[in-house]
Design a binder for this molecule. Structure first.
Ligand SMILES: Cc1ncc(COP(=O)(O)O)c(C=O)c1O
Length: 489
């Protein structure tokens, strides 16, 4: 047979050569992650201009394309894979998962229906079981891998709404003609829960953000008052969300007590463990998450503390049927005659039809490293956060704002003010201006937040490539940039 002039394929030897060239590009980037700046500092206009070209009509030479990719994409990428990145909750990925992503893309499996991806479907089920057991959630959990924490929470809260109101036929009738549903979480809960509440038609007017105690954990007395108040006023409390590791400070709510409250008021109990859920794998922290097994659903994020490259999140529930009841939709074109041999079709248990094989990287990296090594990496992050917090208390030009919870340290640079109570307005201004100044500097990548309405610097350590000296270097850079900012005040 003559070769097909239309195919997009290169010959196998040519494909092999391109793979080798791609590998070289990647290795080149990994060579300098210790030394390179964390941020490339180009402006949006500059970066936009690089890609300002009309739709290519004809293909280009691959070497020229590789050169363009190196210059414009690899060399300028924000370096979250390196140990100079402390912003948000971002891990640096891991090497084995890079290989898994390559294989997954090459195989192009669609984990929608079992027969489309037999091994990948079973691997996803295995990853769900491993995770659930590891975290002490359940030995027989159902679950689904999704894009990340936001999706895992939305997936869980959809299940909550559809399950609690099944008898109202909510999937058929919607929320119309129902008493308003109310949902509860602490005011420190991640904003993705707001998005879920909006998407689910509940409306943020019915989202009760409960005040926190001095440790930024939900105040359970205020929570109970809010639920009682809503019942009295004709609302329908239906769901309570607890956090294991809030995004601001790493605080963990009193999970067991929340489970008691959920039981008392017949609420679905969902946990957002996107950031901190994985700490339930550490023996000495199990007590902190006591009651995790009493949750109805649990969101965890593998691209956070399981060191996976984006994207990978996971929603766990107590059994598969709950997912199926919440999501299954029949369609003649999706029905296959073989369904009695124990196969699990993920599309029947989630919103998505086509799904990539996210579980491969999780499965492959856990097998390659072993969970014990991953647990040691989590512990190392916690140790570095504590080390940093201790250093901050020793430095007179810094102020620690929260004890290091999980692996987050919140603090302020106070410069020459020294006495933290002496000039709060100046300190607030200094810390506010420090964030854009650090971005302009580019050596480290750093963000802040607000605690009790005052700006703070916030460092989150979830990168297995981190060492204590990186944290010391981070504080030194903040000091150097901070001194310049203070001079400008
Ligand atoms: C506690 C918490 N929940 C949810 C999310 C959202 O996760 P994702 O960014 O994967 O959607 C985050 C992200 O940082 C988080 O820290």
């Amino acid at each position: 047979m003559k070769s097909n002039p239309i195919t997009l394929d290169k010959s196998l030897p040519e494909f092999e050569e391109l793979i080798h060239k791609t590998v070289q590009l990647v290795l080149n980037r990994y060579k300098n992650i210790e030394t390179a700046d964390a941020y490339s500092k180009y402006t949006p206009l500059q970066v936009r201009e690089w890609f300002n070209e009309p739709l290519p009509q004809e293909g280009m030479d691959m070497d020229a394309l590789f050169a363009e990719i190196k210059e414009k994409i690899l060399d300028t990428a924000t370096l979250n894979i390196g140990p100079k990145f402390y912003a948000y909750v971002v891990s640096g990925g891991n090497q084995v998962s890079i290989l898994a992503e390559f294989i997954a893309a090459a195989l192009n499996q669609n984990v929608a229906k079992w027969h489309l991806a037999p091994a990948m479907s079973e691997i996803e089920m295995r990853v769900i079981q491993w995770t659930s057991k590891l975290l002490g959630f359940s030995n027989t959990a159902g679950g689904v891998l999704v894009s990340g924490g936001s999706a895992a929470n939305l997936t869980g809260l959809t299940v909550a709404r559809n399950t609690v109101f099944e008898k109202h036929q909510i999937r058929k009738k919607g929320l119309f003609a129902m008493k308003p549903l109310t949902i509860y979480a602490s005011e420190e809960t991640h904003s993705c829960i707001d998005k879920s509440v909006e998407l689910l038609g509940i409306g943020t007017d019915h989202y009760r953000k409960i005040p926190v105690n001095k440790n930024y954990e939900i105040n359970t007395i205020k929570l109970t008052e809010a639920i009682e108040n809503d019942i009295k006023n004709g609302f329908q409390p239906f769901c309570l969300v607890g956090s294991i590791g809030t995004v601001n400070t790493g605080a963990t709510d009193a999970i067991n007590e929340l489970a008691d409250i959920a039981k008392k008021y017949n609420l679905w109990f969902h946990i957002d463990g996107a950031y901190g859920g994985l700490v339930a794998s550490l023996d000495w922290l199990k007590n902190k998450v006591k009651g995790i097994d009493r949750a109805d659903s649990l969101a965890v994020d593998f691209h956070k503390w399981l060191y996976q490259p984006f994207e990978a999140g996971c929603l766990l529930v107590k059994n598969w049927d709950t997912l199926k009841d919440a999501y299954f939709k029949s369609a003649s074109y999706l029905t296959s005659d073989v369904n009695s041999d124990g196969r699990k079709d993920f599309t029947e248990h989630h919103f998505q039809l086509s799904r990539n094989a996210k579980a491969l990287k999780v499965w492959m990296s856990i097998k390659a490293y072993g969970i014990n090594k991953i647990k040691r990496a989590i512990q190392n992050d916690i140790d570095i956060a504590r080390f940093t917090a201790k250093k901050i208390t020793e430095y007179p030009d810094f102020e620690l704002c929260t004890p290091s919870n999980m692996s987050i340290a919140c603090f302020r640079y106070v410069g020459s003010v020294r006495n933290v109570n002496a000039n709060p307005e100046k300190i607030d201004k200094l810390n506010q201006l420090l964030i854009p100044a650090l971005e302009k500097d580019g050596r480290i990548f750093f963000t802040g937040t607000k605690l009790k309405n005052r700006p703070v610097l916030r460092a989150c350590f979830i990168n297995h490539r981190l060492k204590p000296e990186h944290a010391l270097n981070m504080l030194q850079i903040i000091r150097e940039v901070g001194q310049e900012v203070e001079k400008s005040l």
